[in-house]
Design a protein around this ligand. Structure first.
Ligand code: ADP
Ligand code: MG
Length: 265
């Protein structure tokens, strides 16, 4: 087994500077993510989750510290990392199929083999029938599935998911959670999920990194019990220890200063 960390972050801080102020978005963050792990960054809005994910993606240079992916220092986006956002950002004028292959096209890797892989992913996500549709003809949940196909198509080793379910209705969100976990497990992917939803974080993760705001710091790390981990998200919610864990994290949110009301949606 390869024991090298997939993601290694040490002594990282990030300050946003504008004309009249400096905002310490992240302070002294240390994080190690191992191959095949599913880690959530959980915390109230403004605690630096998106900033941290953007730094890992190589989209933002941190003020201090560095990110290593498979031991290599990251200073710009790399094909090893796939990024999926809350908004699907599909191109409205492109068909579902043409949206799915865009990453491969940009990397100059579109060929018979990769096209067959995209067709397989579309099939797996129940989207084959909609290949020629435009995004506006699909529901929000289907569009997020297309975004997932597009992200997986280039076979990144690490997936970064920034609140990918938060714009969806509850039922669709639960279905998609199961689909995402199953898809990533089947392919031995490593993933980092950003969410402000405590339940989602417990149900999906191997480990939760709880962040607190102003400045964004790691407050606590929570290892999810084995029984919850090996159960798919929807079912996991019914395991007795689940609610105990929820209450525990909920209390932390309250201690962070009245941010609890944002947490449980
Ligand atoms: P989260 O994703 O947890 O809601 P963000 O990473 O978006 O948090 O933001 C963390 C902090 O940094 C917030 O105080 C936010 O206002 C600030 N911030 C985020 N992006 C920028 C930016 N581009 N310029 C200035 N400040 C920013
Ligand atoms: Mg965010």
């Amino acid at each position: 087994m390869n024991m090298e960390a997939t993601v290694q972050i040490s002594g990282m801080s990030h300050v946003y500077v504008s004309d009249d102020q400096a905002n310490m978005a992240l302070e002294d963050v240390q994080l190690t993510v191992h191959p095949g792990e599913f880690v959530s960054l959980l915390g109230p809005s403004g605690c630096g989750k998106t900033t941290l994910l953007s730094i890992i993606a190589g989209l933002i240079q941190p003020t201090q510290g560095e990110v290593r992916i498979n031991g290599k220092s990251i200073t710009s986006p790399t094909p090893e990392v796939g990024y999926m956002l809350q908004q699907d950002y599909l191109f409205p004028w492109r068909t579902i199929y043409d949206n799915s292959i865009i990453g491969l096209q940009l990397l100059g890797r579109l060929n018979m083999e990769t096209e067959a892989y995209v067709a397989h992913l579309l099939e797996e996500m129940g989207l084959s029938r909609y290949r020629t549709y435009r995004p506006s003809q699909l529901s929000g949940g289907m569009r997020q599935r297309v975004a997932l196909v597009r992200t997986l198509a280039t076979e990144p080793e690490l997936l970064l998911l920034d609140e990918p379910f938060s714009a969806l209705d509850y039922q669709t969100k639960l279905q998609l959670e199961d689909l995402v976990i199953q898809t990533l497990h089947d392919r031995d992917k490593t993933a980092i999920l950003v969410t402000h939803d405590i339940t989602e974080a417990i149900a999906m993760s191997d480990r939760i990194i709880l962040l607190e705001p102003r400045p964004g710091r790691i407050r606590r790390e929570i290892v999810i019990p084995e029984e919850i981990r090996r159960t798919l998200p929807l079912q996991a919610r019914e395991i007795p220890g689940f609610h105990e864990l929820f209450r525990d994290i909920w209390r932390e949110f309250e201690l962070m200063g009245g941010k609890g009301e944002e947490a449980g949606r």
